[in-house]
Design a binder for this molecule. Structure first.
Ligand code: FES
Length: 91
């Protein structure tokens, strides 16, 4: 029986209506491609979530288990932060 992988880092991106409008859905796609490209599919997972109830802070994302939350950043800033977080696992 195939076992699910257990990532060491999970990046959650809200893709509820407000966050999606502000670029989170496209960002999630780009980050998933990056994870796959650098071969970290089993240690870093990108998870899209429904609305997290923090729309006034959109776009919202977080890195777990570090419990780091990001909001009201533009897609370029978010991409930089999350890309660096992914690359940390590649070191
Ligand atoms: S849509 Fe992202 S917090 Fe509501």
């Amino acid at each position: 029986m195939k076992k699910p992988h257990t990532p060491t880092k999970i990046i959650y991106l809200c893709v509820g209506d407000k966050c999606k409008q502000l670029g989170n859905k496209e960002l999630a796609k780009q980050l998933k491609e990056k994870v796959k490209e650098i071969g970290l599919k089993h240690s870093v997972e990108i998870v899209k979530t429904e609305c997290l109830g923090r729309c006034k802070f959109a776009p919202v994302g977080s890195i777990q288990p570090a419990n780091e939350w990001f909001h009201q950043l533009n897609p370029k800033e978010l991409k930089k932060i999350f890309s660096e977080a992914i690359e940390e696992d590649d070191a």
